[in-house]
Design a protein around this ligand. Structure first.
Ligand code: NAP
Length: 260
């Protein structure tokens, strides 16, 4: 399927590895030029070079912490005018117990997983609306619909973003701009390794055992891949997805036992 977005320009935040990288690759494969962001310059530069070489698109790496105002300003300065697509993403907050977290912990989570994506949307939406076309995809989490108890910081911050998107997506849709959220369940990325390492430590089992146990909780019987995730992102950013507005799309292999 031709996604109809060849020659468009996208910002992909937190995209040197994992789910963001999957989105960057799928957009690049569809012919989209990228502004690719992450914090560690060496890994980011290598990813940018690899993607540019593989797909023949332009990839501009911008090493910056997207959860800070300075980081976002750096990304926007490199992006310049004419951004058609925005993929919002950042690292997730640490797990813990409800009684562990103080105000600073909450502010940090809100900054990273709610206020940073909102600020990025506020930066790109006016020009998208003026041009009458735009796509925004926010990477959130299955925890928005099926909360994971030990991820209280994530549940809270991402629910705030979800509420913002629910209203805002309906306000901008008439200008040809769509905003949707992708809700990953467990995917085979560094983040999953870190979650599984916590289980290894807590339960004294091997990594293989921890992974096998988690895979058993997923009806699909396995972890998701970044390629599958990226393909959905590219579709949501395509010409074909203009009627998909304000949705929360679960990609969890059926793990959350919910019907709507
Ligand atoms: P990952 O494999 O650890 O990759 C994270 C990427 O984000 C890296 O490129 C990292 O590069 C970049 N990054 C992290 N913090 C950043 C920041 N402040 N500014 C700019 N770039 C940043 O993680 P992932 O599994 O893809 O997860 C992506 C998001 O989805 C996270 O919020 C995670 O909580 C959520 N999620 C993941 C899963 C899963 O199973 N993987 C499930 C549910 C939700 P640098 O470190 O160099 O900055």
């Amino acid at each position: 399927m031709d996604l109809g977005i060849r020659g468009k320009r996208a910002i992909v935040c937190a995209g040197s590895k994992g789910l963001g990288r999957g989105c960057a690759e799928a957009l690049a494969e569809a012919g989209v030029d990228l502004i690719l962001n992450a914090r560690s310059a060496d890994v980011l530069d290598a990813a940018a070079q690899e993607i540019a070489k593989t797909y023949g698109v332009s990839v501009t790496p911008v090493a910056a912490d997207i959860t800070t105002e300075e980081g976002r300003a750096k990304v926007m300065a490199a992006a310049g005018e004419g951004i058609d697509i925005l993929v919002n993403n950042a690292g997730g907050p640490p797990p813990g117990l409800w009684s562990d977290w103080n105000r600073d912990d909450f502010i940090k989570a809100l900054d990273a997983n709610m206020l940073a994506p909102i600020a990025m949307m506020q930066a790109v939406l006016p020009a998208m609306m003026e041009r009458g076309w735009g796509r925004v995809v926010n990477i959130t989490s299955q925890s928005v619909r099926a909360p994971i108890a030990q991820l209280g910081l994530s549940n809270a911050a991402r629910s705030g973003l979800t509420g913002f998107v629910a209203g805002t997506s309906r306000q901008v849709a008439g200008s040809g701009v769509t905003i949707n959220n992708m809700l990953p369940g467990i995917h085979a990325t560094d983040r999953a390794v870190s979650l599984d390492s916590n289980v290894v430590k807590a339960e004294g089992i091997s990594m293989e055992e921890a992974k096998a146990r988690r895979a058993k909780t997923i009806p699909a019987g396995r972890y998701g891949t970044t390629t599958e995730f990226g393909a959905m992102c590219a579709f949501l950013c395509s010409q074909h997805a203009g009627f998909i507005v304000g949705q929360n799309i679960m990609l969890d292999g059926g793990a959350a036992n919910i019907s709507v």
